[in-house]
Design a protein around this ligand. Structure first.
Ligand SMILES: C[S@@+](CC[C@H](N)C(=O)[O-])C[C@H]1O[C@@H](n2cnc3c(N)ncnc32)[C@H](O)[C@@H]1O
Length: 252
């Protein structure tokens, strides 16, 4: 992807509260599964944080210091502004960095949190590489695209396997966690409002302004068309795939 195309994508997405499916109720439910409200002070890393929907909620809800990591400086700038507005800056350390080159010490963190982002390095690689940064007994909380049924239309399967070969059912993901040295604590599926209401609706609402801002640039229109296709695909096939939220504890 060339830089100017990436700049367009950033311009579209940085104005959104979230850059992927998710929700406050669901983030809260994952916190509760890991029993984080009762613990603290915690060191948490939020990986692929985007403009910080989950980071800000974690900072608001927990006795914690949060390192918010994303490789896009524009997203981190928005997060910083939002943290300042909410008076949370002292508890959030923003870090522009690749999730594959984290500058952390072994066993530095109590929690690794990552909503809709681990796929960028691959689920298996992510859970295995991040493990060393967690204290023994620390928690990994990630959301990840997941098949919701054991079978699905072949064309859908081909599409997703081309996009992300690691797409799998929850039982397969849980096996990866177990093999990687984690004890699975909980799994649930993000309900469809996390996609349709929290993510896609505000994104769709922003398309006309985006295209106007980009002065009807052909690539901006192409981006909008591709987002519309993604939305239509989800609406048609939402009984077959979704985001699973996985909560697991490091053992050993
Ligand atoms: C689908 S968005 C999710 C953002 C946010 N967690 C949320 O739920 O709104 C994925 C995020 O991962 C970030 N990302 C992608 N590849 C990355 C990498 N290699 N290192 C760090 N961040 C990355 C993107 O910039 C983006 O903010």
């Amino acid at each position: 992807m060339d830089d100017s195309y990436l700049a367009l994508l950033v311009d579209l997405h940085k104005r959104q509260k979230r850059q992927g499916p998710g929700g406050e109720v669901e983030t809260g439910k994952a916190m509760a599964l890991a029993n984080l409200q009762k613990s603290g002070p915690l060191r948490i890393a939020d990986i692929g944080c985007g403009t910080g929907a989950s980071t800000l909620q974690l900072a608001r809800s927990l006795n914690a210091e949060i390192t918010a990591v994303d490789f896009l400086p524009d997203f981190i700038e928005v997060l910083k502004d939002n943290a300042e507005t909410e008076g949370l800056s002292e508890r959030i350390e923003p870090l522009v960095c690749s999730m594959e080159q984290l500058p952390f010490a072994e066993e530095e963190y109590d929690v690794f949190w990552s909503e809709g982002a681990i796929y960028n390095m691959g689920f298996e690689k992510g859970v295995n590489e991040w493990r060393r940064f967690l204290k023994p007994g620390g928690f990994l909380v990630v959301s990840e695209i997941t098949w919701l049924t054991n079978t699905r239309p072949p064309k859908l399967q081909q599409y997703w396997e081309a996009q992300y070969p690691e797409i799998a059912t929850a039982s397969e993901k849980l096996k990866v966690l177990e093999a990687g040295g984690y004890s699975p604590i909980g799994y649930f599926v993000l309900p469809e409002n996390c996609w349709l209401v929290n993510y896609y609706r505000p994104l769709q609402d922003s398309f006309p302004d985006f295209v106007a801002r980009q002065k009807n640039d052909e690539r901006a229109t192409t981006i909008v068309e591709s987002e519309k296709k993604e939305i239509a695909l989800y609406k048609k096939h939402k009984s077959y795939y979704g985001y699973g939220m996985y909560v697991a504890q490091k053992f050993g």
